[in-house]
Design a binder for this molecule. Sequence first.
Ligand SMILES: *Cc1c(COP(=O)(O)O)cnc(C)c1O
Length: 427
Amino acid sequence: MNTVTSKILFERAQKTIPGGVNSPVRAFKSVGGTPVFIEKAKGAYLYDVDGNQYIDYIASWGPMILGHAHESVVKAIQEQAVNSTSYGAPTLLEIEMAELITSMVPNVDLIRMVSSGTEACMSALRLARGYTKRNKVIKFEGNYHGHADSFLVKAGSGLATLDIQTVPGITSGVSVDTLTAPYNDLNAVKKIVEENKNQVAAIIIEPVAGNMGCIIPQQGFLEGLRKLCTEEGIVFIFDEVMTGFRLAPGGAQEKLNIKADLVTYGKVIGGGMPVGAFGGKKEIMEHIAPLGSVYQAGTLSGNPIAMIAGYTMLKELKDNPSIYAELEAKTKYLGDGIEAVLQKHGEKYRINRFGSMISIHFCDHDIIDFDSAAKADIPRFNELFHFMLDNGIYLPPSAYESWFLNNALSYQDLDKTIATIDKFLQQ
Ligand SMILES: *Cc1c(COP(=O)(O)O)cnc(C)c1O
């Protein structure tokens, strides 16, 4: 595949943009090589600046659940744009968006729009702290909640007390308030809560994890956390930036039948525009300014272009819930097909799959948390990534990322993907 123009652009980009990209994973650092520069996308396909076509398994990291440049979304954006792109004053559109979301997610009484998933999680945590008047937060190793300081702490609160920055740029004062536990380990969380009695404001979790491959919560894990939070007065936050409106109209809460106290959104909610949101129980949400004393704001929050894009996307999903069954059937078909070729070649593997999220791990152990994901054969995944890219299939450029299916994918696309993996395994 000829990617000469991408290579020239990557050289040029690095002269004025750190690492040539505006978000690190795009630089292909974990898989190696040069990123391809995208010119346009339509349906299930990406087209790069050299005119190559790729079957897309990233969907812009989730938002493009209906495929790229979905007609109704494009039309809605065009119609709104002529009426100006921002006012900084309230609009009817924001009410319609909030009403649509609360109609799709029954336990969200109030919802505040922001501009990214990072902002949503950061604000939800501030709210939980203001509401409980406690400082600490428990997060899970390998879960990603955006790049706010509190969430970039993986572990090592021991080191943090030495007053050094364990993560460059993040003060020890912040680090000591972030406690971490392995995913799927309820007892570890119980122990932390016990050791920090009446100090934990929130437990935040990806209800189905997508940032260390796709990892499914084991039976009883989320239920146990829910019970613990209720007993201990801890705000239970579901980070549904990835799973919200992707797994079901009501997200992971609906799919897994567990109710969080606060929920954060991003990705699908903006239909490809920069949007995030956090919402939940009225009793907690009422503490946000201007109703309450927890400050949170945004010049472009509820931006009309972003709102119309997100609203149009969510409306399509609400009005056509069969999309979810279609997506799940496609993901199962893909997973089964890949499994068959992996077996045929005597490969050691695990496939984790939930709804329209799927990840393939080269290993002989179950992938249930960050450690088990890290112990898989990462170099082998990187080889697969490059082989697929060279053959017109764009997988996430990291073994630690879930693949996201979009409903524009055809069974022919899936067959081609399976056949290409078969070819990879034959080498
Ligand atoms: C992507 C993601 C975020 C961060 O969202 P941004 O819009 O990139 O800031 C937070 N949480 C989860 C689970 C995510 O997947």
